[in-house]
Design a protein around this ligand. Structure first.
Ligand code: ADP
Ligand code: MG
Ligand code: ZN
Length: 632
């Protein structure tokens, strides 16, 4: 509060300066319009003045810079004897006047009056000061004005959980470990005394870490809902502004507000927007002063508050924990990290149940099946899936959601919306058909438990021209080396089919190759599955846990090892390619049959597909063999 009282003084000075300024301004304005006696003298053209001089009619003249005033010797009756004219540049004027015996004088060079000097020297700086003060006052938020320039004010929204929209732990499913950890935080906030009495230090920061859409924001809201304390919510990106220093000021403001409302929670979503490692961006021209300052301020603030019985707990969320500055993760800051991962089978079922409760479900819908088919979906995807299913049902005027709607919704979420409008040329369609059937046949024969459930050559989403849907039969957490090799072969099956049938390859396999190479690289670098290179992790862990290829940093290895890794990756992919080719050559007849069928029907699935694929045979030479030597 002391701060607020001090503000009164600048306030009074402000108004005095203001008054003085207005006074000066008014004077300045009017000084131009003040009646000037010279203006009362009638003005005549210069030529008339010269005529009158030549006629000897001018008695005396008074010449200044901007006018010549003269008196006539004998003015006509009734007209003024004193006239004025505007001088023009005329060097002969003095001579002429002298010749005619006119008495003349000039005014001394005009000196600016003291008053004008004062105005021109004092007013501009005054305006400057007043404008500055005006903005400063606005942005301090002293008067509560929330103008466009209030850039140092935190944009945090206070989320006050009311009874209806209150989020509780019951609304979050499938992340039980995270819930258990966070209920401890709720306990801290509800009864801090208990912890203080025993001498325990209440954690200041909790970092929720996990892929997008797994419910981090939801969990943080649930913590607020459960503990019933005020909840400030702000996104990391909202701190960062054009102006250097604005972010830091916002952090200060946020903590200032929070301290007044303690006990409370500050939730900083997308923490990585400000918390990126400070050393990490050396190459960036101009540096990252703003972000760094904001981060430093955040660290200072988190160190600063120590009130024991009025805790302010900072909850952060990020899906890129590896980019965070190490200083953020030190004890006393975000020292608790809670993993919020994608839900497993039972977790997916519970999440589906939560959202299925909100729509009308037809009797007999089996959510277990849906949960099984959605391995890898995050909570947000599942919520989206149920909603899509409800939309589908509503579109065909049904009053409840059926199993089929949910199944179709899975495909929608997986592969993007159906786009029948995209027309493929006939020859393109043939390529896509063989390509997809190639995936299906190889996938069917490979180990790994993923069964091929559907082949489609209906273009979907942004880039897929066709797709082969593989559903895992059971929840799997571990993959054997054979499984992974099978996955690579399956991914290469599409391209291999093109090679076998057309003898040439198209650009359609780019994404398959990308994924196949990624798997092979992980096998060698991360899982230590290479015989020649041994059980070493050549990749530095962390780089690509959540968001895929976040630049795959390799451990420092000797040149020879680097070459060996490259050769090993290459040989894994080559071997899988050989196997895919062998399988497709061995099942050439089946490949043609299924391709013909899919060209006709566009989609094959279910029992029909199962039946067709069951007649595939594993050729001898495609069984697991010794590595194919790669030319160096
Ligand atoms: P994140 O912050 O991790 O990216 P959100 O919390 O914003 O994800 O999740 C988005 C939405 O997805 C939530 O509002 C909720 O509707 C749904 N959702 C995500 N995860 C879960 C979950 N574990 N349980 C229930 N709903 C979830
Ligand atoms: Mg979020
Ligand atoms: Zn493909």
């Amino acid at each position: 509060m002391a701060l607020r009282q001090d503000e009164n003084k600048p306030n009074r000075r402000f108004s005095i300066i203001n008054l003085v300024l207005i006074g000066f301004g008014v004077l300045l304005l009017f000084s131009n319009f003040l009646p000037n006696p010279a203006n009362q003298v009638p003005r005549v053209p210069y030529s008339l003045f010269i005529d009158q001089v030549n006629d000897g009619n001018v008695k005396r003249a008074f010449i200044t810079q901007d006018q010549i005033r003269y008196e006539l010797s004998n003015a006509p009756e009734g007209s003024p004897s004193v006239l004025a004219t505007t001088p023009i540049f005329d060097m002969e004027l003095p001579q002429r006047l002298e010749q005619k015996g006119v008495e003349f004088a000039a005014a001394p060079p005009k000196r600016p009056s003291f008053f004008t000097t004062l105005l021109s020297w004092v007013v501009p700086p005054l305006i400057f000061i007043v404008v500055l003060q005006f903005f400063a006052r606005r942005s301090m938020g002293g008067g509560g004005a929330q103008g466009a320039l209030s850039f140092t004010k935190s944009k945090a929204r206070v989320y006050v959980p009311d009874e209806e929209s209150r989020v509780t732990f019951a609304d979050v499913a499938g992340v039980d470990e995270a819930k258990a950890e966070l209920s401890e935080i709720v306990d801290f906030l509800k009864t801090p005394e208990r912890y203080v009495e025993i001498g325990a230090r209440i954690p200041k920061g909790v970092l929720l870490v996990g892929p997008p859409g797994t419910g981090k924001t939801l969990l943080a809201k649930a913590v607020a809902g459960e503990s019933g304390v005020p909840f400030f919510i702000i996104s990391g990106s909202e701190f960062v502004e054009l102006f250097v220093g604005a972010g830091a000021a916002r952090v200060r403001d946020l903590f200032e507000q929070a301290k007044q409302k303690a006990p409370c929670i500050i939730f900083i979503d997308e923490l990585d927007a400000i918390g990126k490692s400070r050393g990490g961006s050396m190459g960036v021209v101009g540096g990252n002063d703003e972000r760094e300052q904001t981060l430093n301020q955040l660290l200072t603030e988190m160190d600063g508050f120590t009130s024991k019985d009025k805790p302010v707990i900072v909850v952060g969320a990020t899906n890129q924990p590896e980019t965070l500055d190490a200083a953020l993760l030190r004890p006393g800051r975000f020292d608790r990290q809670v993993l919020v991962d994608r839900p497993d089978l039972s977790g997916r079922k519970t999440i589906l149940e939560i959202y299925a409760d909100k729509v009308k479900l037809a009797p007999g819908v089996d959510l277990d099946k849906i949960a099984q088919a959605t391995s890898g979906f995050a909570g947000a995807d599942l919520a989206n899936l149920v909603n899509e299913a409800a939309l589908l049902a509503a579109r065909v005027m049904r009053t409840s959601v059926e199993q089929g709607d949910l199944n179709e919704a899975i495909e929608r979420v997986v592969a993007g919306l159906e786009k029948r409008s995209r027309v493929l040329q006939d020859d393109e369609k043939r390529v896509v058909a063989y390509h997809e059937v190639g995936h299906a046949i190889v996938g069917h024969l490979m180990p790994g438990g993923a069964k091929v459930a559907k082949i489609s050559i209906v273009p979907r989403g942004m880039s897929a021209l066709g797709y082969t849907l593989q559903l895992p039969q059971e929840e799997r957490f571990l993959n054997s080396k054979e499984d992974l090799e099978g996955q690579i072969a399956t991914l290469l099956g599409g391209r291999s089919a093109e090679e076998v049938v057309f003898g040439e390859i198209t650009t359609g396999a780019a994404n398959d190759l990308q994924r196949a190479t990624d798997i092979a690289e992980q096998m060698v670098g991360t899982y230590g599955m290479s015989d020649t290179l041994g059980p070493l992790a050549y990749d530095k862990q962390g780089g690509s846990r959540f968001l895929g290829n976040g630049g795959n940093p390799r451990r420092v290895v000797s040149d020879a090892t680097a070459v060996a890794i490259d050769r090993e990756v290459r040989s894994l992919v080559d071997r899988a390619h050989e196997r895919a080719l062998a399988i497709l050559k061995g099942n050439r007849g089946l490949l043609e049959d299924i391709a013909a069928k899919i060209l006709e029907k566009e989609v094959i699935e279910g029992d029909e597909l199962k039946h067709l694929l069951s007649s595939s045979v594993m050729p001898e030479d495609a069984a697991f063999t010794e590595p194919v030597p790669v030319p160096a």
